[in-house]
Every structure is written in C-alpha cells, then in structure tokens.
Design a protein around this ligand. Structure first.
Ligand code: MRU
Length: 354
C-alpha cells in the first residue's frame, strides 16, 4: 500500500534535534529545540517525547548531539564524555527496550568506527537510518496486519479498540497499532475504533484522538473503565495495541491497562493483536516477569495540570506499564512477519529470520 505522511514527533534540523512537545497536544503544536544529550534525556523522562520507538529515535539523535559537542582530537576524553551521556540517556526511562536497542546501535557504531571517519557524520547516518527504518517497518506491519485480520475475520468491517497512543507520535511515523488502524481504514475493513482515554497521561484522549480524527477515521473516545461494557455490547472484534518490550516467550509489556483489556477480550471473544517492530523484542529475557515496570510519581494521579484533586498525602501506586502474558496474545505483527499465538519456539524462529 502507498505510504502516507503523518505528523513528525522527532525531527533533525541543521545540527539540532526538534521534539514535538506531546505534553501540550492537542491544544498547542510546539517543537522544542535540543542541542545536548542531557536535555534529550530529560525530555524523555518528562514525556515531551514518548512511545517506545520514538524515544529510541530521540535518544539516537541525542548521541549525535553528544558526539558533536565533545568530539575533538583527544580520543579518550571525548569518548568518555559520550559514554557518560549514553548512560544518562539509557536511564531516562526503564521499560521501553527500543531505547536500549537504539543506544546499543549507536555504541556499536562508535566501537567499529574506521579510523579517519568523522564520528559526527557517521553517527548522524546511523540515527537517520534508525528513524527511517522504523517508519518503513510501520508501513510494512500495516499491510501484514490487514492480511492477518482479513484471513481471520473475513472482509467485513471490524470494530477495533486501542489503548494509549501507538501512532505517528510514538514512532518514526505512521505508527504501529495506529498504523494498522490507518491501513485497515484505507483497506475498507474498519468500521470504527474505540480509544481508551488512558489515565493518567490521557494519551488516548489527547494524542490518539488527535491523530485519527484529523484523518477522518471513525474513532470514539471512552473512559478506561467503560472498556468491558463496550466489549460486551458494541461488537468489538479486535484489540489492537503497541508494545514497550516483548520477552523471548512472547509476553508483552505495554501501557498500564493493556493486560486488563486482554483478559476482557478473552472473556468476550475479541482477538488481541500486538503490533511492534523487532527492536521492541528483548530476547535476553525469557519472560515478562523480568521486564522492569516503570513506577511514576503519585502526583500524576493526585493532580491535574498541577492542581491537587486528590487527598493530600494519599498513598499512591502508579505503575505505568503491565505485562500481558503470551497466552492472551492472538496475533503478534512485526516487520519480520506475523505470529499466531506467539511462544518461545516461534519467537526464536522469527528473530532468527532476516
Ligand atoms: O508512557 P508512554 O506514553 O511512553 O507509553 C507508550 C505506550 O505504552 C505505547 O503503547 C508503546 O510505547 C508502543 S508505541 C508504538
């Protein structure tokens, strides 16, 4: 299917990194300019940029900024400074493995850099390649997912539900889950998509709704707690979500609430489709129990726009991801291919393929 331009969350322009401040959307479309890696790490932690592939891409450009700042003739000194910046970037968020994957690529490039080659230019080529290949993978996954849905559900229009934002804003462009929704709409097999609001950052209300409605895709917002009711009464046949990290056995970490949705889907006979590039797959961990789950500040639940709405001092737990075990995943779509009911064996074969 032909490619489609979507909003850019991350841009490289004239030696600096531009990030669309996603905290302000949809009210305000404002890019912030970054010129050093510590500021990029802070942008990732504070959710200026978010979504697993997008933070990996931003971090890769952060390494380019670091090299551009520190590179000089004293070989060991600049490499030490860049290593410190990479470590800051690595610690900026813990769950999305695309971040570590992208930084590993940049580190590898520096280790293998032929003598005489300019590290600034070489690292920029590598970051641009990470960015472009993520976008290309999303188009490919859109096509693969449309085929899988048509095979399992026929050519009639389907009702989807999605959670969080796995769109252009969360990736190098087009999106993973939202890429599938875009492709399904263009293929004529989507009737409507329900969007969970996704507390507490409201990625559904603010970001997914913004991306889909401006393209005329029939999308309806619902409170997170309404999902069970909608699954029972509104003919939802597919839950389509992205992922932050997938373990070697197919267990999937994604935005908090995904696990609950997958359990509801099983009860109500809807299928669960996870859409993620292979850079989201972490073959070094055998199962989801080993995935570090980010806990964020309790104020994210107690306050809104800085204003206290809860009870001052109320104990809060705020895990922002959960793990959906592989037995609840019907279809995993990657750019390397599609797995039905992923498990350790099929994951290993998929990851060994080119
Ligand atoms: O906390 P966020 O907004 O970074 O969480 C994002 C998600 O959970 C997405 O579903 C995931 O990163 C996949 S994005 C293609």
């Amino acid at each position: 299917m032909s490619q489609q331009n979507t909003v850019n969350a991350v841009e490289w322009h004239d030696g600096s990194l531009l990030l669309l401040d996603q905290r302000l959307l949809p009210q305000c479309e404002q890019y912030i300019e970054y010129r050093d890696a510590p500021a990029v790490a802070e942008a990732i932690t504070s959710m200026v940029v978010r979504g697993a592939p997008a933070i990996g891409i931003a971090a890769a450009y952060g390494v380019v900024l670091s090299i551009a700042q520190h590179y000089n003739s004293e070989e060991n000194a600049w490499r030490q400074k860049v290593a410190e910046d990479i470590s800051l970037l690595r610690d900026s968020r813990p769950t999305a493995v695309n971040l570590m994957w992208a930084l590993d690529q940049m580190e590898q490039l520096l280790i293998l850099l032929p003598s005489g080659e300019n590290p600034v230019l070489a690292s920029l080529r590598c970051a641009v390649d990470i960015h472009d290949s993520d976008r290309r993978n999303n188009y490919l996954m859109g096509d693969l997912a449309v085929d899988a849905i048509s095979q399992l559900s026929g050519s009639s229009r389907q009702v989807f539900m999605t959670h969080c934002n796995a769109g252009a804003l969360a990736t190098g462009g087009y999106g993973t889950a939202l890429g599938v929704i875009r492709s399904a709409w263009r293929a004529g097999i989507l009737e409507r998509v329900y969007m969970d609001e996704t507390r507490p950052w409201l990625q559904g209300t603010r970001l997914t709704a913004w991306e889909l409605l401006r393209e005329g895709i029939p999308a309806v917002l619902n409170a997170d707690g309404a999902a069970g009711h909608i699954l029972r009464d509104k003919g939802v046949s597919w839950i389509v979500v992205g992922a932050d990290r997938i373990a070697a056995n197919g267990d999937v970490a994604n935005k908090i609430g995904t696990y609950g949705l997958a359990v509801l889907a099983r009860y109500h006979g809807a299928r669960v489709m996870v859409v993620a590039p292979s850079s989201t797959i972490d073959m070094s961990i055998s199962c989801g129990k080993q995935i570090p789950i980010e806990e964020r500040d309790g104020d994210e639940l107690l306050r809104m726009n800085g204003q206290m709405l809860g009870v001052e001092g109320c104990p809060v737990t705020n895990p922002v991801f959960d793990v959906t075990t592989a037995d609840l995943v019907d279809v995993l779509v990657t750019e390397k291919g599609v797995l039905h009911k992923p498990d350790t064996g099929s994951m290993a074969v998929l990851m060994a393929s080119s």
